[in-house]
Design a protein around this ligand. Structure first.
Ligand code: HEC
Length: 148
């Protein structure tokens, strides 16, 4: 575990213990978990600036297909559920390269965003937002930002 990750983790633990989330978050001790769950929740529906930015980027680039708040549509899957299965690297791979599902007469296309700078630059933030939603740590709608 790097020093930075260790420090982040210790901070998380202190936060978890202080706010009654210890049972949900206190057991995750490896650095994998910090990678898979980059978001920070400081209070109900209040998140770190990156995760907040992810909310905004998601609603600019993804929600027209994947529905508001990651809840899916008749065209594209509910990403709140997808991220209970997909790992962060798998998520990144699909967004960068896109995917096409032509099975059984369907013509559903997940576009490739590898060339879309405003998505690539903020891919970590979009992931963070969706993972917080998927973990049930963040509700619907526009979150608040943690105080600086
Ligand atoms: C034009 C519509 C469209 C847009 C815009 C779009 N997607 Fe998709 N996406 C899809 C479709 C359709 C699928 C399902 C493809 C399939 O069935 O293989 C999909 C699949 C995915 C998957 C895989 C889900 C799974 O369960 O395997 C991820 C992750 C994903 N999209 C993320 C995103 C993100 C993040 C954005 C915004 C940057 C985005 N998508 C924008 C249509 C879209």
């Amino acid at each position: 575990m790097s020093l930075v990750r260790a420090a982040v983790f210790v901070g998380l633990l202190a936060f978890a213990a202080g706010s009654g989330f210890a049972q949900q978050q206190g057991q995750s001790s490896d650095s994998d978990d910090a990678y898979e769950r980059p978001y920070k929740i400081c209070a109900e529906n209040t998140v770190d600036p990156g995760t907040y930015n992810g909310y905004r980027r998601y609603h600019a680039f993804c929600h027209q297909c994947h529905g508001p708040d990651g809840l899916g549509s008749s065209y594209a899957p509910k990403l709140v559920d997808s991220l209970q299965v997909l790992k962060r690297d798998q998520f990144n791979e699909v967004v960068v390269n896109g995917r096409q599902n032509l099975a059984a007469g369907q013509e559903k296309v997940m576009p490739s965003f590898g060339h879309v700078e405003d998505v690539m630059m903020y891919l970590d933030d979009i992931y963070s937002y969706l993972k917080a939603r998927s973990d049930g740590k963040l509700g619907r709608g526009r979150p608040q930002r943690c105080p600086a």
